[in-house]
Write a protein that binds this ligand. Structure first.
Ligand SMILES: [Zn+2]
Length: 202
């Protein structure tokens, strides 16, 4: 019974979170996780514009004074894909995002303002092709994430945004695992991972 229900939910999840025809390929290799803070890591050859992007949110929470005031400023600060997703509500292609399968412990912050949004402790493998969390960093009834009704693409969904800067993050669905029963389906392009330091040896 439970297994059947979970299968049904999984199927519903898959159907609900897709915005475009999805390649069933699990063979697409996930991008390597960001293991170290960007300030200390060398630019990767695969990065589209590694040397031209100056985004202070990669380093930590951006102060109110440092936040862009215009779309032009956001464009300068973000990669093209990050801009399309966070400021224009686009969606990363399924199974292509940097953090879809990442299991590295740490905190996921907003790629636009650096606000901590999700923790690795609430991340789970949903199989839907995007990073999934059961709750935001400050809980389901917290104030970090804002929810908005989204009627685009002939569906009624609940969009989730960073409450602080308004950046589009993804959607939340009622088909997640316990304890919340929620699945926060988040675009990798909307977040950046601060990896936790390695645990101390006993
Ligand atoms: Zn933000």
């Amino acid at each position: 019974m439970v297994v059947t229900l979970r299968k049904t939910l999984a199927a519903a999840a898959l159907a609900a979170c897709l915005l475009m025809p999805m390649s069933p390929s699990w063979a697409a290799p996930p991008a390597p996780p960001k293991g170290a803070p960007p300030m200390t890591s060398a630019p990767k050859p695969s990065d589209p514009k590694p040397s031209t992007v100056k985004n202070p949110a990669l380093l930590g929470r951006v102060s109110d004074e440092e936040l862009p005031q215009t779309e032009a400023e956001w464009r300068k600060r973000l990669t093209d894909q990050q801009y399309r997703v966070t400021r224009q509500k686009a969606t990363d292609r399924a199974f292509t995002g940097e953090y879809t399968d990442t299991e590295t412990a740490g905190t996921y912050r907003c790629i636009c303002c650096g606000e901590p949004l999700f923790r690795s402790d609430e991340k789970f493998h949903s199989g839907c092709g995007w990073p999934s969390f059961t709750a935001p960093i400050d809980g389901v009834k917290g104030t970090t994430i804002a929810e908005l009704e989204d009627r685009s693409h002939f569906m009624i969904r609940t969009e989730v945004t960073c409450r602080r800067c308004g950046s589009h993050l993804g959607h939340v669905f009622n088909d997640g695992p316990p304890p919340t029963g929620l699945r926060y389906c988040i675009n990798s392009s909307s977040i950046t991972l601060d990896a936790k330091p390695p645990a101390k040896k006993p």
